[in-house]
Design a protein around this ligand. Structure first.
Ligand code: NDP
Length: 489
């Protein structure tokens, strides 16, 4: 029988107020992975109230920053001890390969937690220049109750991008995981529970976006909303947050250009570009889904790229020899199929792939797919497919590459492959995106701020910069003179 998971509110595991549950499906098999309590408005309200109490009073409110950091370190330590279990749980929850969860996502998540644990006692304001008879300084304070709404592509990792800096800064949090992938986050909470975080500091309410997510984004008791997901939902979150004018940070979609110049090392550009699009089944907001290749090397590059793409082993995510796992749901697979059909209809040439992969059992598998003869006006060049589908586009020179690369509503990441150091940095300046990779793709580091420009959102996850997303500045004035007596009364 499938395991049952409850909501985690105020330090307790509880049923949803409605008593409703939903099934979470393992994308690798299509079978039920667990049954989960379905949180709704009333549960969000309970969770926000618990987070408010924990923020305003009780042990968390009084805890020294260094002690907060130590608790976060303890959680990181426990995560490391249970890394294999968490990796497998995550792979079963969303279909990421065990190699991706065990060797990339989970270690990166532990690193994020350790990074912010170390920053907990380094939050500081400034003493400002002021006359001798005045003291003027700033305090960096936590914002309060954070509402975090996260997607399904890297559930634990992206949750940690919000959770760790929010807690390091002294906030409390209510997390709404994606309906497709609530289980790994709930397993993660058991670790935080064991470590001894005070009740109400972290709350997790799985449920649907339109109900639980909407209730969280619009709740009067939430002081800040941190969101990762689609641009469409980002807009809805922003609208919901306007009700009480709460700040939001949005990490949204991308249609990221990956530009290969004729002077690049061909083999390493091919290998890096394969990782850029097919890593995590292409379900990556940072993926290099528009691949621009210079005319003079186009045929040679594409022949090698296609040859290697066809060699990628699609299969069971728990099999360490698999190189690409399943898409997250049948619904998402169908959305990819619709995009591929649109590409063909609009006149692009399907070089390889473009069909389901049947050889791996009952899950939602798709083949690595390449479109050629793509033009920038096509939907497959403009809309985020979020799957293993790359659109290859030719370019003539640097100016042409830049113009085509920037011709999108998005601005999350970009990649440049070149051995010309000046060209690499010129392109880095010209590309309109939050991150630029030179001779690599899809890199992440706890220290490196990550986020978008244009409709890829605003605000930054990761890096020291993310602490700004979870703190606010208070300015304090002190009069050291005989006193302010403007009216001379
Ligand atoms: P969504 O943006 O719909 O989901 C992200 C989160 O937002 C989920 O927790 C979701 O809940 C929640 N949500 C949905 N609607 C609302 C709402 N009205 N108010 C508050 N919260 C809401 O992404 P999807 O999962 O539907 O994926 C669709 C597309 O989004 C992908 O194909 C891809 O293009 C993009 N995407 C981008 C990601 C990124 O990292 N930038 C990550 C994931 C997706 P629930 O899932 O429970 O409905």
């Amino acid at each position: 029988m499938a395991a049952f998971y409850q909501l985690f509110i105020d330090g307790k595991w509880v049923d949803a107020a409605s008593g409703r549950t939903f099934e979470s499906i393992n994308p690798g098999t299509g079978e039920v992975n667990g049954v989960v309590a379905e949180g709704g408005e009333e549960d969000i309200d309970r969770a926000v109230n618990a987070a408010r109490r924990a923020f305003e009073s009780g042990p968390w409110a009084k805890m020294a920053p260094g002690d907060r950091g130590r608790l976060l370190y303890k959680a990181a330590q426990k995560m490391s001890e249970k890394l294999d279990f968490l990796a497998e749980t995550e792979s079963k929850d969303n279909g990421l390969l065990i190699n991706e969860t065990k060797h990339i996502a989970m270690p990166a998540t532990v690193d994020v937690l350790e990074f912010y644990a170390g920053l907990a006692n380094k939050v500081q304001g400034d003493t400002l220049a002021s006359p001798a008879d005045r003291l003027n300084y700033t305090l960096k304070e936590p914002i309060g109750v954070v509402g975090a709404i996260v997607p399904w592509n890297f559930p634990i990792m992206i949750t940690m991008w919000k959770l760790a800096p929010a807690l390091a800064a002294g906030n409390t949090i209510v997390i709404k995981p994606a309906e497709q992938t609530p289980i790994s986050t709930l397993e993660l909470m058991k670790i935080f529970e064991d470590v001894g975080f005070p009740d109400g500091v972290i709350n997790v309410v799985p449920g649907y976006g339109e109900t639980a997510g909407q209730a969280l984004a619009s709740h009067s008791g939430v002081d800040k909303v941190a969101f990762t997901g689609s641009t469409h939902t980002g807009r809805l979150i922003m609208q919901a947050a306007t009700k009480h004018l709460k700040p939001v940070s949005l990490e949204l979609g991308g249609k990221n250009p990956n530009i290969v110049f004729e002077d690049a090392d061909l083999e390493s550009a091919v290998n890096g570009s394969l990782f850029g699009i097919y890593f995590a089944q292409g379900q990556v907001c940072a993926s290099g889904s528009r691949m621009f290749v210079q005319d003079s090397i186009y045929d040679e590059f594409m022949d090698l790229f296609a040859k290697k793409a066809e060699m990628i082993r699609v299969g069971d995510p728990l099999d360490p020899t698999s190189q690409m796992g399943p898409q997250v749901t049948e619904k998402h697979l169908q959305s990819i199929e619709r995009y591929v059909a649109a590409g063909v209809e609009e006149g692009a040439s399907l070089r390889t792939g473009g069909e389901r992969y049947q050889g791996a059992g009952g899950g939602y598998y798709y083949t690595p797919t390449i479109f050629e003869n793509v033009t920038s006006d096509m939907r497959i060049a403009q809309e985020e497919i979020f799957g293993p589908v790359v659109s290859a586009i030719r370019f003539t020179d640097e100016a042409d590459a830049l113009a085509k690369a920037n011709d999108t509503i998005y601005g999350l990441t970009s990649g440049v492959w070149t051995n010309d150091i000046k060209r690499g940095h010129r392109m880095a300046r010209g590309l309109k995106s939050g991150t630029v990779y030179i001779n690599t793709f899809s890199m992440l580091d706890s220290a490196a701020p990550f986020g978008g420009t244009k409709q890829s959102g605003f605000g930054r996850d990761l890096g020291i910069e993310a602490m700004d997303m979870y703190t606010q500045t208070k300015n304090v004035w002190v009069d050291l003179s005989d006193g302010l007596n403007w009216y001379g009364l």
